[in-house]
Design a protein around this ligand. Structure first.
Ligand code: ZN
Length: 241
């Protein structure tokens, strides 16, 4: 870690192949748009894009072994991710890998495994305005983010969002249609940290929004592993005689 954070941007990469509008917005894929921002950010030493159709679903041992923080975007092909790979990502998080879960990845296998709840929510794809409020201004993920910011056209996600209570809640969203949503949530699992961040619907240019990208970069730094020594569990001798 002393040489900087190694990031893997895991991107499903299917909509870009099958939906003309998504291909127009993200000609190289959504993952590359996120990656080109992250690779310019301080404390991040390398950024790689991995996709579902890559060898090993983009989750080979070589990739996982050299990942400090993984971002995850998926939507139409959650069921194609093998249970074995979901279990491997889960295990890596418990062992310290940071995981940034983006938008529709709320229903991804790794996130659902880590949460242990249904993870479903309300949604409406009508291109309405979202206003995200910072509710934890001292949190590192809110660094440099104004009191609130807006995205003109989004898919709405509304409560109730079926997640365990977040350890820290950084953003809540308001939508023009009236719903609210916990849109920036932190959890600790084992040695690892997880951040769920709501924005990111594939048919709107969400990952060109400077503030959205800044939040993702902040989250990568927050979720990076922090040199925890080996943890010893099980039957143990007293320290004092
Ligand atoms: Zn969406």
């Amino acid at each position: 870690m002393s040489n900087g954070i190694r990031v893997t941007v895991w991107n499903e990469g299917r909509h870009e192949k099958t939906h003309e509008k998504v291909r127009e917005l993200y000609p190289r894929g959504m993952g590359f748009q996120i990656a080109q921002y992250l690779e310019k950010q301080p404390a991040i030493s390398s950024v790689r894009v991995a996709q579902l159709d890559d060898p090993g679903q983009g989750l080979t041992d070589e990739i996982l072994d050299s990942t400090d923080v993984m971002t995850w975007w998926g939507h139409m092909a959650h069921h194609d991710v093998t249970d074995k790979n979901a279990a491997r990502v889960h295990e890596r998080v418990l062992d310290g890998m940071g995981l940034i879960v983006l938008h529709s990845a709320h229903m991804s296998k790794p996130f659902m495994r880590l949460m242990g709840t249904g993870c479903m929510l309300k949604w409406r794809d009508s291109g309405e305005r979202e206003r995200l409020w910072v509710v934890d201004p001292g949190h590192p993920i809110a660094d440099g983010i104004p009191e609130y910011f807006e995205i003109d056209q989004v898919e709405m996600y509304g409560e109730h969002f079926d997640i365990p209570q977040p350890d820290q809640l950084v953003f809540i969203s308001w939508f023009k249609g009236g719903e609210v949503f916990r849109s920036g949530c932190c959890w600790h699992r084992g040695k690892g940290k997880i951040f769920y961040f709501r924005p990111g619907h594939e048919t709107f240019p969400i990952y060109y929004h400077e503030t959205v990208l800044r939040v993702i970069a902040n989250a990568v730094r927050w979720a990076a592993p922090c040199g925890v020594p080996e943890i010893i569990r099980g039957n143990t001798q007293p320290i004092e005689p």
